[in-house]
Design a protein around this ligand. Structure first.
Ligand SMILES: Cc1cc2nc3c(=O)[nH]c(=O)nc-3n(C[C@H](O)[C@H](O)[C@H](O)COP(=O)(O)OP(=O)(O)OC[C@H]3O[C@@H](n4cnc5c(N)ncnc54)[C@H](O)[C@@H]3O)c2cc1C
Length: 452
């Protein structure tokens, strides 16, 4: 008995000591010379879901390797948690609750951070040019995400509102408040109707959640401040070009999602193409909708510095990688997240551009790199999705766990619990809990904060 206890203690003690060292150890240095003089320089572009996961996993896997230096470059000093953007747009969270300063992740870790704009990548020279000067690399991890794709449709760029950042979420709130105020002031019935019509282009996850968020913010928030508008007919229209909503999920999920949206009064138009947008209407393949608010959420595209590279790219500019996430012909470069066009080695299906996939790819890339430095080869990338969650408006959502799909408050609660646990900061978790609790008691935030 004593012997067993002593053996267990001997096993636990080293890991406990390592943990204490890690928690108490400060990040020790941050010099350019340190990075440049290392035998192996790993440069990670982007500290989003993919890039940051790579850096954190590498730090764990390369703990004893003194001759490797890892440098992460990002234009922002924070890592931003996109999925929680919906709760900012619906007035239930402040934008600062869903971002985590990147430097907090350096505590007890040895990777370096460069807060700079990435300007150009030279694959032949193995150098990345940034606003803080050039940085050479031996291995490059490219994970700089994506931007909203605006196809060349008349008036689209001028009149459509994108939804990709905390500023866009605040803008959505501001815009809905303006629209409702304008409707309130308008004496003309047709004009009032146009102000209370909100159209979303894009039937994928982002479009669906956007339409549901608009519904949530209007019905649960704004209309309580303007009760006299309750009898004015609000129209929320979701337009998708594919034959079903959320085409990357199963047909059963699409059907349930459409049913929930329709029950809330959201008009769903699938198999319909947006053709042109003006200040006063959107023209579709099925006719014209008078409106003053149009959101565009139909697809993403690679940032221009990725599109500028002379490598094989998919239609949206994402780099086509091999089954180890490397650029063919440049095997020292790994691409992940939204910037990559990758296929699952097991199913041969395209990997979806999600945070979940970017994190899996980040962990995988770190393992491949750590293996390479030890002279080992790794198997191809296989994506094991944990499931699929989406918010569908007022205390409802959809959850797909394995082959089981459910909607309603259980899916809504699971969404909140999952993302609350997943955001990598206790401070953010506490802020979110307080914010959500307050919104549940006192209603969402309806004051307008101009950001310009
Ligand atoms: C509104 C919205 C909701 C979403 N909801 C979900 C969801 O519920 N579940 C899910 O799985 N996915 C969701 N996604 C998708 C998910 O956010 C992306 O797939 C994921 O962020 C991709 O990760 P990434 O690492 O490729 O890029 P990102 O996480 O976007 O990180 C890219 C990083 O690169 C930096 N960067 C970019 N360009 C430069 C430059 N030139 N110089 C310096 N730094 C640069 C950026 O600052 C950023 O930190 C959502 C996306 C949006 C827009």
């Amino acid at each position: 008995m004593i012997q067993t206890f002593s053996n267990a203690l001997q096993r636990i003690l080293p890991s406990a000591t390592r943990l204490v060292q890690k928690v108490t150890r400060q990040h020790y240095t941050e010099t350019q010379a340190d990075y440049l003089s290392a035998k192996t320089r790993i440069l990670i572009l982007g500290a989003g879901f993919g890039g940051l996961t790579t850096a954190l996993s590498l730090d764990r896997l390369l703990e004893s390797a003194q001759d490797v230096s890892v440098l992460v470059v990002d234009r922002n000093n924070y890592s931003f948690f996109h999925p929680l953007l919906w709760t900012v747009a619906s007035g239930r969270t402040s934008p600062s609750s869903i971002v985590v300063p990147i430097r907090t992740f350096q505590r007890g870790r040895s990777f370096h951070l460069l807060h700079a704009e990435i300007q150009r990548i030279d694959l032949a020279e193995k150098t990345v040019y940034t606003s803080a000067g050039p940085r050479p690399y031996d291995y490059l991890v490219l994970g700089i995400g994506s931007v909203t794709a605006f196809p060349n449709l008349p008036g689209l760029k001028e009149h459509a509102l994108p939804f990709h950042s905390p500023a866009h979420a605040m803008e959505l709130r501001n815009h809905l408040i303006d629209a409702v105020e304008n409707a309130h002031q308008s004496q003309d019935q047709a004009e009032r109707k146009a102000w209370l019509t909100f159209v979303v282009g894009g039937g994928g996850d982002t479009g669906v959640e956007l339409a549901a968020t608009i519904y949530d913010y209007l019905v649960d928030g704004l209309y309580k401040r303007y009760p006299w508008l309750n009898d004015s007919k609000t129209r929320i229209v979701l337009i998708g070009r594919a034959e079903r909503l959320m085409p990357m999920s199963t047909p059963g999920t699409s059907q349930k999602v459409e049913q929930v949206l329709k029950e809330q009064g959201i008009e769903v138009q699938t198999g319909v193409a947006v053709e042109a947008v003006t200040e006063n209407s959107v023209k579709t393949s099925q006719g014209e909708i008078p409106m003053h608010t149009f959101f565009w959420a139909a697809g993403i595209s690679a940032p221009s510095i990725v599109r500028d590279l002379d490598v094989k790219q998919a239609g949206n500019g994402a780099i086509i990688v091999n089954d180890h996430l490397q650029i063919p012909g440049h095997e020292e470069v790994f691409v992940l997240g939204d910037t990559a066009w990758a296929y699952d080695a097991a199913t041969k299906m395209a990997i979806p551009p999600t945070a979940q996939a970017a994190e899996h790819q980040g962990a995988y890339t770190a393992e491949v790199l750590a293996g390479l430095l030890k002279g080992k080869t790794s198997g191809p990338f296989v994506f094991n999705p944990r499931g699929h969650l989406a918010l569908l408006g007022r205390r409802t959502g959809v959850a797909q766990v394995g082959s089981f799909v459910f909607t309603g408050i259980a899916a809504w609660a699971l969404w909140h619990a999952y993302y609350l646990l997943h955001i990598p900061s206790w401070r953010s978790r506490l802020l979110l809990l307080v914010n959500w609790g307050l919104a549940a008691i006192a209603g969402p935030e309806t004051s307008q904060l101009r950001l310009e």
